[in-house]
Design a protein around this ligand. Sequence first.
Ligand SMILES: [Zn+2]
Ligand SMILES: [Zn+2]
Ligand SMILES: [Zn+2]
Length: 138
Amino acid sequence: MKPLRNKQKLVITDGRIPGQERVLESQLESDVLSDGGSVDSITTSTIRPCECGCFQPPAGRCELCKSLSCVSCHGHCQGCNAPICRECSVFVGLPGGKAARYCQGCYSKIKQQTRTAAIVQFLLSPIVSFKDQSNEGK
Ligand SMILES: [Zn+2]
Ligand SMILES: [Zn+2]
Ligand SMILES: [Zn+2]
């Protein structure tokens, strides 16, 4: 049935920078003529507090993908301190059950560093053990 009237209501953030306003809630109200002859009003509301899909207050914008994430999804990279969302974060398990959050860039650097450290240790290990043996001999 074709609506008699459509009324749209948008709840947006107070955009201090033009073009930075974000739609928090969109509401569509349609007046339709029912079979019984009455004019019925149907309202549909869509609520989007955060782009991460959570219904928690927004905490900040991700530096990488520019999406707004909530207090539980948003965090900072432990390497460069950039604000990042859960999607762009790599969690590295730490001893003690904790996890460190890194951005993609810092994570690949750390991965490279640990790999280089492992190779260096492997290359040095025969020398170290040789030294140890010679020390023992003295
Ligand atoms: Zn969230
Ligand atoms: Zn992101
Ligand atoms: Zn980083």
